[in-house]
Each structure stands twice: as C-alpha cells, then as structure tokens.
Design a protein around this ligand. Structure first.
Ligand code: NAD
Length: 496
C-alpha cells in the first residue's frame, strides 16, 4: 500500500495540496517505493509558523506542574506505543526491530530526564548580596525552536530535542528526514494524546529549501540540528548570522584504540558490535580500529571470524543482525569505499558486496586492513558497515591520529591499564569517550556532543545543556527602600 505522508500542524494531521512537489519514500529492505513525502509549500510554512506562535504563547505561560503532568503522560504513551513505533522505524529506516526498540529506549531516557523539569528549571536566590538587596534568577523559554533531524535515528533524535524543549515551555517545529518521516508524526500524535496544547509540537516535511526558509523565518528563535557536517556548518552560519542560537551536530569518524594489553576477544566483539550494528549508520558507530603494537594480526583475524556469524537481512526478520542501508545511492557509495580500497594500498579482508545481489539496499560487513590517513576510506565518513584497521606502533601515534582527525564525536580505548585509560581520556580532542565501551552515548543526565567538525556551536544536546539551550536566563536584583534610605548618589552601584 502506498502512503502519502502528512504534516502535523496545530494538533492534527495536515494534508499538503496535491499540487505541491513530493519525494518518494522507499522500503530499504525491499527496494520498493512505499509512498511519498510532501515538500511543504509557502502557505504550509506560514500555517505552521502561525500555529507555533500560538503554541509558544500558550505553553510558555503554562505552569511547571501542568507541563510536568503532560511529560509524565507522554512518557507512559511512549512506553505503550513502543512496538508500533519500532515497526514504523524498521519499515522506513531499515534497522532491526531490536535496534529500533533500543533507539526508543534511549529516547525514553531523555523524556524521563525532562519529567524532572521542576527541578531542572529551578532558579537561584541569594539573599542580602548588599545591604537590603537580594538577587534571584530564573529561566524562560526561548519561543519557537526548529528541530531538524537525520534519517538514522528517526525517533531518538527528535526526542533528544523535543523532551527538553517542550519541558522548558517552547513550541517546536520538527523537520524530520524525508527518508523516514513517519516516526516523528507518530510522536506528535502521542504528545497531543498526552494533553499538549495545539501548536506546541508541529511536524513539517520538506528538503533543504524548507529548512532554509524556516531557519530564516523571524519567528524561529533557536535551531537544533543533527545531521551531516556540511549542513551543520552551513545552518550554524546562517542561523547565527541572523542572531539565533544554533546547536548543530555533524558527522563523525569514531576511532577505537586497542592497546597491547587489551583482551582481544572483548575488543573484537566490541568492534563488530559497534562497527556493524545498525549497518554502521550510527553517528557513534566505530569506523576505525586502531591496533597498537603487535596485536594487529590477531585482532584482524578475530574480527574477521566474527563476521562469518553475522546475518544480513530485513529488519523485521528476528534472525537478522543488521538490515539494509537507507537508499540505493548511499549503498553504492558505501560499496565504492570497499571497491576503491586496494587501489589506495589497503587490504580488503572482507567485502560485503555479495549482499547487493538481493532486492533492497543491502551491503554486508566489510573489513579493510593496512588503512592509512591519506586514503579516502579513512578521510570520509562512510556511514556503512565498513571497519578500517589502522596499525600504529605506539600509544602516542594512536592519539596523534585521533587528534589530527577533523571529527571529534566519539572515541573508545580498550585496555586493562587504568592509568593508560585515564591518560587517554585527557589526551584526546573528542567529546565522548568510552573506556572499554565502544559506543559511549552519555545517559540522559549528561549532555551529548562532539568536538571539532562534529558540533558547531557550544551547546551539547539534551541533559543539563539541553535545558540551558532551550531557555534564556534572567537575573532580578531587588531592593525595598525605606524612606530613610532616600539619597542622591551618582556612583556605580556597589555591593560593598
Ligand atoms: P543530512 O545532513 O543529509 O540531513 C539531515 C537533515 O537536514 C534532514 O532533515 C535533511 O532534510 C536536512 N537537510 C539536508 N540537506 C540540507 C541542506 N543543504 N540544508 C538544510 N537542510 C538540509 O544527514 P542524514 O544523511 O539525514 O544523516 C546522516 C548524518 O547525520 C551523518 O553524517 C551522521 O554522522 C550525522 N549524525 C550525527 C549525529 C550526532 O549526534 N553528531 C547523530 C545522528 C546523525
């Protein structure tokens, strides 16, 4: 059955006029066209901005207890609707159902954190900072937030943004990826069912033109973006030039360093799980394994053996370990890195090309050895099930490699030496570090963010920094003068 995806405006589904352009939607596991996604027209954009303007006023003046009640109800609905959300994710994104449930569980964590909004939005008070003078601070919502999200986490990334932005009293316009837009719509329906007033969460479909128009719209106060580095950088520049606050998370090239004393079975398991899980389409996926010293041959052999046991197949088949890639074009691009590796001097230990013979956008787990930093497969974010092994002689060389890389999202070290691990966490120029943990996505009470080309702007996503990003602070200095305090004093106010 072909689906025509709708927008979600002012608490209900909103059909784009048929005259507007659209883009096809595919089931990546079959390769079949499954529907189409409308590109929002100018009229639709005006409608969504008007709705969000109303939503921001209503919700921004709601009491914290009212917001908290909605958040708790939304949390319950998210749990109740996990299975259907997971099916939607698998159908459009391709990842396995187990992985889709994992994505939802991590999104739920963010909602649970935001349920504590009464605590998170507490201000400060200092009594008697000067004679008869008190100071207190509080935070207010920024207004309307534009949330632009990538294809690889169609529910979790919207929840990273929505949970804290809504808890903080903002209206949000979500622009999900046009490749898998339905999960965001379902989330918006659940927000309405939880009692959120119309206009607070809207979902609008479109492409780069839609995003550009919304970033430039004067109604938008803040832009929260997750996606590829060139788009992150360009939206950051456009938004900040217009005086808006922007947090723009970009791409990644995550390294996993295996030191000579590591348990190689544990390290090989981790490399396979983090490199091939979700077909490598995770921003925190391991892409480069750095083998330090003499362990490289053994490590490569252990990773290669484990690949034999992996099953590639549709995400809704419970025996599949990894599903298809998002589009045919992306699959072909991923394949080109494996096919091009020998001409650059790398060794292809495993080539997943055989999986391309079946329908759908599949590519099998691939392993490249003797990769060096000048090679295309090292320089680019591949975003597929391809692990590259770089061999270094020393720890210092491994750290230098990581620090010279333009990306700085996640990194991991595998070792049994606590001191080496501690030193590593200080030495690397990367935002999220795993010690014997290959995918160190912080829990919801810490914030998520990379360094260098993996994040434009200073604010990390969700957690305490999420609340800070979605609110503006005010500080009030108060004095209640008595008639006896009357005096003329043109000096600068002093506290002593
Ligand atoms: P993408 O940059 O192509 O698209 C992301 C969003 O931006 C989509 O909604 C898309 O419609 C929109 N968009 C695309 N081009 C645009 C343009 N020129 N102007 C304005 N908007 C535009 O990313 P993707 O392919 O959907 O997602 C994969 C990328 O996202 C990878 O690079 C991955 O590393 C990154 N990612 C990063 C994180 C992180 O936390 N750092 C998390 C998930 C994904």
């Amino acid at each position: 059955m072909m689906t025509t995806v709708q927008h979600y405006i002012h608490g209900e589904l909103f059909a784009e006029p048929l005259t507007s352009p659209s883009t096809p939607l595919f089931n990546p596991a079959t390769g079949d066209e499954s529907g189409n996604v409308p590109m929002a027209s100018e009229e639709t954009l005006r409608a969504v901005l008007a709705s969000a303007t109303t939503g921001a006023v209503t919700w921004g003046s709601s009491s914290l207890s009212q917001r908290s009640a909605v958040l708790f109800r939304f949390r319950e609905l998210l749990v109740q609707h996990t299975d259907e959300l997971a099916s939607l994710i698998t159908r459009e994104q391709g990842k396995t159902l187990a992985d889709a449930r994992g994505e939802l569980a991590r999104g739920l964590e963010n909602v649970e954190y935001a349920c504590g909004l009464i605590e998170h939005l507490k201000g400060d008070f200092s009594g008697g900072v000067a004679d008869g003078v008190d100071v207190h601070s509080f935070r207010e919502p920024v207004g309307i937030v534009l949330a632009v999200t990538p294809f690889n986490f169609p529910a979790m990334v919207p929840l990273w943004m929505l949970a804290n932005a809504v808890a903080a009293g903002n209206a949000v316009i979500v622009k999900p990826s046009e490749r898998d837009p339905s999960a965001a719509i379902h989330l918006a329906e659940l927000w309405t069912a939880a009692g959120l007033p119309p206009g607070v969460v809207n979902v609008i479909h479109g492409d780069r033109h839609t995003v550009q128009s919304l970033v430039e719209a004067p109604e938008i106060a803040a832009v929260s973006f997750v996606g590829s580095t060139p788009v992150a950088q360009s939206l950051y520049e456009t938004g900040t030039k217009l005086g808006k606050r922007v947090q723009a998370l970009g791409g990644a090239k995550n390294h996993m360093v295996v030191l000579g004393d590591a348990d190689l079975d544990v390290a090989a398991d981790a490399a396979v799980n983090a490199g091939y899980g979700a077909a490598g389409e995770r921003c925190m996926a391991i892409s480069v394994v750095v083998a330090v010293g003499s362990i490289a041959d053994d490590l490569v052999a252990k990773i290669s053996q484990r690949i034999d046991a992996l099953r590639v197949g549709p995400g809704d088949d419970t025996t599949s370990d990894l599903g298809p890639l998002i589009t045919r074009e992306h699959r072909d691009r991923v394949a080109s890195y494996v096919h091009g590796a020998p001409s650059e001097g790398a060794t292809v230990v495993r080539d997943g090309s055989a999986e391309t013979d079946r329908p759908g956008f599949f590519f099998g787990p691939s392993l490249l050895d003797h990769v060096t930093p000048s090679m295309r497969c090292y320089r680019d974010e591949i975003f597929g099930p391809v692990l590259s092994v770089v061999r270094t002689e020393t720890y210092d060389e491994a750290v230098a490699l990581i620090n010279a890389n333009p990306y700085g999202n996640g990194v991991a070290v595998f070792t049994r030496d606590g001191n080496a691990a501690r030193r590593f966490s200080r030495d690397v120029t990367v935002g999220m570090i795993g010690i014997n943990v290959p995918i160190p996505v912080p829990v919801a009470s810490y914030s998520f963010g990379g360094w260098k080309d993996s994040l434009f702007g200073h604010a990390h996503m969700y957690g305490p920094e999420g609340f800070a990003f979605f609110t503006r602070g005010k500080v009030v200095t108060t004095r209640w003068p008595q008639p006896s305090d009357s005096q003329i004093d043109l000096g600068f106010p002093r506290t002593r």
